[in-house]
Ligand binder design. Structure first.
Ligand SMILES: NC(=O)C1=CN([C@@H]2O[C@H](COP(=O)(O)OP(=O)(O)OC[C@H]3O[C@@H](n4cnc5c(N)ncnc54)[C@H](O)[C@@H]3O)[C@@H](O)[C@H]2O)C=CC1
Ligand SMILES: O=C(CO)COP(=O)(O)O
Length: 336
């Protein structure tokens, strides 16, 4: 039995605390929002997780020091925009060498840093790791079989995360490619917005398959130029996560995209979904990275134009369809 602090009691942090508690660990769940601490303590339910009870042995607290004290692992589960601020607040209580696992998916706006890089800046004494993969909280909390990848610089840190989370319904692999894992997790949300927009426009399965396939091509092009491994983008945290987020009605990004495709503005769609839609924040960062690294990302570009420049979803779709004619893979060569 390990003591684990889950820092962030949103849908995902709560589902992970329930999973860890089911694995026999003592989980403590922290929230920055006092009203959330009160409501979760009173109801022992998370509003987005249906009837799943939060077991009585999970302590819910607004006291960060208490949530971090004597913990073998700290799971950082706040949305990406709060990662720097929250990691900064954790700094005074962090013990040297304490393992911190980030589970948020994003890229910091402006700095274009991955979230583990942000955490390493704020918590230089921590051993920073990540956990990512195709894993909707709504299904994990119900014990539906799910697979993820624990990424770390050091093998033993990845294996610690693997051993604490692994169960008969939650299989965890390990990987040293933290950069590839994090880029896949952040960038798939932008493609999921495009997939949702296509759904909202009334497109079909052919369109969805095209967006997933060309989407992973964009993610892999950028990710490998930045130093991620191609194998990672064809694995669980790359194509795996992209498939689930483009196909599932649990996906916040896809749902926001559907509304935008139906004519909602970005702000209206985010309000309606009422949970964090990370792709909206990652879209701008993805476009900036594609410019910085001179990598073509046409889907990312069109999503940006729809979200931030008032372009109609239909125009964006037809512009993608009528781009310059090209080979599917320009590395292939024709026989003479
Ligand atoms: N929901 C899911 O199925 C999954 C979510 N993720 C990632 O986990 C992260 C969190 O997502 P969710 O839990 O779904 O979000 P959510 O929308 O359910 O929760 C948002 C949370 O933000 C917190 N918050 C508000 N103000 C804050 C502040 N100033 N400082 C710190 N926290 C604050 C609130 O406590 C609230 O619980 C995201 O990056 C998401 O992409 C990753 C895998 C699965
Ligand atoms: O990353 C996630 C599932 O792996 C959650 O994000 P979405 O809800 O947008 O799919």
């Amino acid at each position: 039995m390990a003591k684990i602090g889950v820092i962030g009691s949103g849908t995902w942090g709560t589902a992970l605390a329930v999973l860890l508690s089911g694995n026999g660990h003592q989980a403590e769940l922290w929230s920055a929002v006092p009203a959330e601490v009160e409501a979760l303590t009173a109801t022992r339910r998370h509003p987005n997780l249906g009837d799943t009870p939060i077991p009585e042995n999970i302590r819910i607290t607004g006291d960060l020091q208490e949530a971090m004290e004597e913990k073998e692992l700290l799971v950082l589960s706040v949305p990406s925009v709060y990662v720097r601020e929250t990691a900064g607040k954790m700094a005074p209580f962090l013990k040297k060498g304490q393992v911190v696992t980030n589970v948020a998916k994003g890229i910091e706006d402006g700095s274009l840093k991955t979230l583990s890089e942000v955490i390493e800046e704020e918590l230089p004494a921590a051993c920073v790791t990540v956990l990512s993969g195709p894993s909707h909280a709504e299904e994990v909390s119900r014990g539906l079989p799910t697979t993820c990848v624990a990424g770390a610089h050091k093998k033993e840190d990845a294996e610690l995360v693997q051993s604490l989370f692994m169960s008969r319904v939650f299989r965890v692999y390990t990987s040293p490619d933290m950069l590839g894992i994090e880029l896949g997790g952040a960038l798939k949300n932008v493609i999921a917005l495009a997939a949702g927009i296509a759904d909202g426009l009334g497109c079909g399965d052919n369109t969805k398959a095209a967006l997933i396939t060309r989407g992973i091509a964009e993610i892999t092009r950028l990710g490998t130029v930045m130093g991620g491994r191609p194998e990672t983008f064809s694995g669980l945290t790359g194509i795996g996560d992209l498939i689930v987020t483009c196909a599932s009605m649990h996906s916040r990004n896809r749902r926001a995209g559907i509304l935008i495709g139906k004519g909602y503005t970005m702000e209206e769609a985010m309000k309606e979904v009422n949970m964090v839609v990370e792709g909206v924040y990652s879209a701008r960062a993805a476009r900036a990275l594609s410019e910085k690294y001179q990598v073509s990302m046409p889907i990312v570009e069109q999503v940006n134009q729809v979200l931030f420049e008032g372009k109609s979803a239909k125009d964006a779709l037809y512009e993608l369809m009528l781009r310059d004619r090209r080979m599917e893979n320009s590395d292939l060569v024709w026989k003479a």
